[in-house]
Design a protein around this ligand. Structure first.
Ligand code: HPA
Length: 273
């Protein structure tokens, strides 16, 4: 098994052989949000299968492809499909897209996901800017020997989501007249959705939304010194006393309906990076 930095370099070399630009940001497109990739003026599309050491995305609604090109006039690498811990990937594997984006020169990371709403004021279909996160996955991509070339042994996590980019996103929502909540994302391992007791626990611990991704990616991005912005689409109510059954096809469909608002936020952030 190659050293992590060598795995990343090998994947970056393949991307560079097809696309010479330096991206300002990596964009990770979560469940149902892959459609945003269509707005990218694509110069290269690379299947994950072409990238050495890259896992294959198996989750429904995730294409498993890298789209390199221009969005809002800015060069970006967008990942259509992410790697979840519930698929059996390690937290380190889940963060490979982030590290690849960084190796290509990206200083920013924009992550999106579908999440259950814990805050009783949130409605299905709303979008939430992620202000902070709670790691309840009992996993961390930085476990093991630290590669000091990738980042520090003990990264500070007091503001994992960039404050200035948050202001940019809030201003864009105001300008386009849609509600953008701001809250705390709780990362759970999955693949089961939460029990009522677990939703209640996540709320009491300080969460506003809960999902099964993003946390490892953001840890790796902070480690790499990237400026992070994250948005959750609230696809179901995780308010324990008004709980509906959750199913994945409804989650994906509702996430898709938020794509336009996500596009507004993404473009505004790209302009600021
Ligand atoms: N819990 C965890 N992950 C999710 C949920 C949820 O309620 N909704 C969408 N992804």
């Amino acid at each position: 098994m190659l050293h992590l930095a060598e795995q990343i370099d090998a994947a970056a070399a393949i991307v560079r052989s097809q696309w010479a630009e330096r991206p300002v940001a990596g964009i990770i497109l979560g469940s149902g949000l892959g459609g945003l990739a269509r707005e990218i003026d694509a110069a290269a599309k690379i299947d994950y299968a072409e990238l050495p050491h890259f896992p294959r995305s198996t989750a429904v609604g995730h294409a498993g492809r890298l789209v390199c090109g221009t969005l809002a006039g800015r060069p970006v690498v967008a990942f259509q499909g992410r790697f979840h811990l519930y698929e059996g990937w390690t937290a380190e594997q889940a963060s490979l897209p982030v590290r690849l984006a960084k190796a290509l020169g990206a200083g920013g990371l924009i992550v999106s996901n579908a999440a259950g709403g814990l805050n009783p004021l949130y409605r299905v279909g709303d979008v939430m800017l992620i202000d902070d996160q709670i790691n309840l996955m009992f996993a961390n991509p930085l476990i093991g020997v630290n590669d000091d070339d990738l980042g520090p042994r003990f990264p500070d996590m007091c503001a994992p989501y960039d404050r200035q980019l948050q202001e940019v996103a809030m201003a864009a929502a105001l300008e386009h007249r849609f509600v953008l909540h701001r809250g705390v994302y709780v990362g759970m391992l999955g693949p089961t959705y939460e029990t009522r007791a677990e939703y209640r626990m996540c709320r009491r611990l300080g969460g506003d939304a809960v999902g099964m991704s993003t946390v490892p990616e953001v840890v790796a991005a902070v480690h790499a010194g990237m400026r992070v912005a994250g948005v959750s689409t609230i696809t179901n109510a995780g308010t324990a006393d008004a709980l509906d059954e959750t199913d994945h096809s409804a989650v994906t469909q509702i996430a898709g309906a938020a794509a336009e608002r996500l596009g507004v936020i993404t473009r505004a952030i790209l302009q600021a990076l």
